[in-house]
Design a protein around this ligand. Structure first.
Ligand code: DAH
Length: 339
């Protein structure tokens, strides 16, 4: 019952009108003989005694809110009528509820902000891609399981048209179209054939990073990502690298940050390890440079890729991925942004 009353309070708060008829209809709907409040008072009789106090308070809150709202709206109408047909410019405006940015946009903008401060530019590529840009030019062998229909949404086969499974495809497009020095990040949507659950979705967002120049080393990669982690998760954040494998980087690593919830002591978010995985990275494989006509004898580079949903989950402690896609205002309005 409390939920229902709270919903009614929200509706009453949001009600707006400058039309006397609809203000009256609003009043009757709530305060009329057969109105919502009388219904609530009738239901009140069957509320268990231990809840009566709380429910009673809520009903009264609703009642006085509706009366106040009706008076407010009526006085606005009255004031504007007094002046005849000349609008009264001193009448207070009807306030609109302003929206807030989506948490994924907030975090994406924050990531962009951090890397642009380091001199990275932003590049974008198509969501509908071909095999070359998503797999072959990134050194995926022909029999690699990621090429399988199980993981990839194919639009056509032979020639392959598919939805990109990662934003690493934008790396390839940037390398094809420019020569080093390259310093770019590529935020975007990616698609994978996954069953939707709290921990997986078939659409999500990634940011890819690429830095190619002469003498770029793993130390540059570490320094860049350490700066990112501290800016994103706070000064106290520590990072660690674990060896890993990706076809397009050699050596490859996964980067963890110290768990910001327990400070590294161990809790259920970090599964008692003290660390949280946030991205994959590595030195660009010379084959990948050569495929895109960048001289691998002269240049080296690093790349990294992270999931925006994952970073957002860690930053805001969101437990269920599906919330990002449901457009429930109660979830979305909890985020406010400087970005
Ligand atoms: N493309 C990888 C993925 O979707 C993420 C990734 C890992 C990107 C390592 C990179 C990298 O650029 O070096 O899982």
């Amino acid at each position: 019952m409390i939920d229902r009353i709270e919903q009614l309070i929200r509706e009453a708060e949001e009600f707006q009108s400058a039309e006397p008829e609809s203000i009256e209809a609003f009043r009757i709907r709530y305060l009329g003989k057969k109105g919502i409040l009388n219904d609530l008072f009738a239901d009140f009789k069957s509320v268990p005694p231990d809840q009566k106090r709380q429910v009673g308070q809520k009903i009264n809150e609703l009642k006085s809110l509706v009366s106040k709202r009706v008076e407010e709206l009526k006085s606005v109408v009255k004031k504007s009528n007094k002046e005849g047909s000349v609008p009264d410019l001193t009448v207070p405006g009807i306030s609109l509820r302003s929206g807030s940015r989506h948490p994924i946009s907030i975090v994406r903008n924050q990531i962009i902000d951090i890397f642009t401060r380091l001199g990275f530019n932003i590049s974008e590529g198509p969501e509908i891609e071909d095999d070359w840009h998503v797999f072959s030019a990134l050194n995926f062998p022909p029999e690699h399981p990621a090429r399988d229909m199980q993981d990839t949404f194919f639009i056509e086969k032979d020639p392959d048209v598919l939805l990109r499974t990662h934003t690493s495809s934008v790396q390839v497009r940037v390398m094809e179209n420019s020569q080093p020095p390259i310093r770019t990040i590529s935020p975007g949507r990616v698609f994978r054939n996954e069953a939707i659950s709290a921990r997986a979705h078939c659409i999500f967002h990634q940011v890819e990073g690429l830095y190619i120049d002469e003498n770029v080393s793993f130390a540059d990669l570490k320094q860049t990502l350490m700066y990112f982690a501290k800016e994103m998760f706070g000064d106290q954040t520590e990072i660690r690298f674990r060896p890993s494998f990706f076809p397009f980087t050699e050596p490859s690593a996964e980067m963890d940050i110290s768990c910001k919830i327990c400070g590294g002591k161990g809790c259920n978010v970090c599964k008692y390890t003290g660390w949280l995985e946030i991205l994959g990275c590595g030195m660009v494989d010379p084959n990948v440079l050569d495929y895109s006509n960048i001289d691998s004898k002269k240049c080296t580079g690093f790349a990294f890729g992270m999931g925006i949903e994952r970073i957002t989950m860690l930053k805001y402690e969101v437990k269920d991925l599906r919330l990002y896609f449901e457009n429930d205002v109660r979830f979305l309005s909890q985020f406010s942004a400087a970005f």
